[in-house]
Design a protein around this ligand. Structure first.
Ligand code: HEM
Length: 156
């Protein structure tokens, strides 16, 4: 991945992966630790609101960084790979198709992560069924990482 100097794509990938692992890790932690603990605690509403107000800005900054670095990586890493794939008529799954699936899954994960820290009544039903949605988000994270690693290994 790295040459003697760090390129823009190297730095973007590092930021992308670091943020992705933090965001994904906290979804698992919310599912298996925070939600059960808060639900059982006295004064659950107050604890929940304290966590929510501290975590919401981090979640939002993480989302902007992930989408920003992801779009940049698509331009500088993904497009050339997709072009090469077209011109070489190589067998295998299409870069665009895999990226499309990854993108939709990533958006669904970020949507669930944001719903957890949101206040809108429209998304209250997602927060009420948090264990189910967080579990689903964790399963989607696994799929996103498998696809992303495959994209990263495709010939450039
Ligand atoms: C939950 C959200 C996300 C996770 C967990 C995630 C995870 C990853 C991981 C692990 C890599 C592999 C890096 C490597 O091994 O070199 C990667 C690469 C990449 N991601 Fe994401 N990502 C997420 C969201 C996004 C979004 C929203 C976009 C697009 C807007 C995006 C676009 C990309 C691109 C284009 C690459 C480079 C693929 C290549 O090297 O050809 N990602 N991501």
């Amino acid at each position: 991945m790295f040459g003697t100097t760090l390129s823009g794509a190297d730095i973007s990938t590092l930021v992308h992966v670091i943020v992705a692992f933090f965001i994904a890790g906290t979804l698992l932690f919310q599912w298996r630790a925070i939600h059960p603990a808060v639900s059982a605690a006295a004064g659950a509403e107050k604890v929940r609101e304290t966590i929510r107000s501290h975590w919401a800005p981090v979640m939002r900054i993480g989302m902007v960084l992930l989408i920003g670095t992801g779009v940049y990586q698509l331009m500088v890493l993904g497009m050339p790979k997709a072009e090469l794939q077209k011109s070489s008529e190589a067998a295998g799954l299409s870069y665009h198709m895999l990226f499309g699936i990854k993108f939709l899954l990533a958006m669904a994960i970020l949507f669930i992560g944001n719903a957890m820290v949101g206040k809108s009544a429209a998304l209250a039903s997602i927060r009420e069924k948090a264990p189910m949605w967080l579990g689903l988000a964790c399963a989607m994270v696994i799929a996103v990482i498998v696809i992303s690693r495959h994209l990263a290994e495709m010939p450039a």
